[in-house]
Design a protein around this ligand. Sequence first.
Ligand SMILES: Cc1ncc(COP(=O)(O)O)c(C=O)c1O
Length: 420
Amino acid sequence: MPIRRTLPPAAAPIYPRDILSGLSGLRHGRQELDRFKTGLKDYFGVQHCFLVSSGRAALTLILRSLKDLKPDADQVLIPAYTCYSVPSAIVRAGLKVQPCEMDPNKLDFDYTQLSRLLLPPAKLHEPAKPNKPKQTPNPFLAIVPAHLYGIPADMDRLRSLLNDTDIAIVEDAAQAMGARKNGKLLGTLGDASFFSLGRGKALSTVEGGIILTNREDIARRISSFLNKTPVYIPFELFKLIIEAVVLNLFTHPTLFWLPKSLSILKLGETVYDPSFKIRRMHPFQAGMAQNWQRRLKKFQIIRKECAKFWSKLTEGLNTNELSCIKHLVESDVIRFPISIKNPSLRKWILELSNQKGLGIMPGYPDSIDAVPALGGFFPDKDFPVAKQYARQIITLPVHPYVTKSDRASISDFILKAFSK
Ligand SMILES: Cc1ncc(COP(=O)(O)O)c(C=O)c1O
């Protein structure tokens, strides 16, 4: 890897003043956490908010709480194309993963397959019996729609599909903090939801997870699980502070070539690993999140402007080799995904961009059913669209470190690639 300006694929900058307010959060302890929580509840207009160590930890706690409420159900439906942290959290909660095929245009569920999964075919064709109770025992505990890259999943459609069931909707808003659909904030539309404050999200405190819910029964259980959840031990806190400093220095494009060249860091890789740590958020993280609304807004404006630029560029390309996901322009994306149909062109773009440090990266490596540890056996179902997304998607960077001159270099590069 040459020593040169290198863009990360996604980034929510951590500034020295954020680290300083994190350190001052250490003095305030609980108060700092309460302040962050109150701010979040006000902003999202929700009753309950819980703060943990990651998005995965948040999802695990939500699922454990739901399992407590509905002990007979043990399956969780997720998009077949998503981050591997999602099945990791489901397995960590002691539950089973059921992937669902994707819509080829929208990075959302394929609602035809979803209806089939929710209602076995026999039931679909069964004439309605007036005296039969509507609710049949259902193996599904929850469904986890994901606002992937910040693009809203169709929550209205999902809600209407699940109307007569007791399946909970857990919104995976890990990548969509502050994003809206039709004026409504994502993360406020399910029975419960979570955001990630990890690296490369809309906002980052090195690591962190936020849970929101308006349901008393879920909140009561999460609260009781959280009381038994350990806090960061001093060594973990020390590591967190060091990571904040390292991220401040090395996510900047002038130095990002260094962490990128260290394969041991596995940057940009999505890993299936249910043995992650689950902690209560530390006041250091809550302190780092001071001024989060202002930062989130500022990053959003920058990302939206950049996404508009990529949108214009890709529209102008007018080629059969490339397709755009729907609703990209109106969304608040943290990476700008496009599909490149020609595998050798995609490979060429990724390899050359890597050498030039342009921050263009592939999406997730494969569909969820391909994670070997999940057993690879999902009867009657395969996921060709999810696999196609994994083979075709690349993302263009939209984060605050992308300068006008970076945009120009990336545009020239893309235009050259498509005129090949
Ligand atoms: C869609 C999605 N869900 C869940 C997660 C898990 O969040 P975390 O990395 O904070 O555990 C991520 C993180 O990358 C994600 O992208």
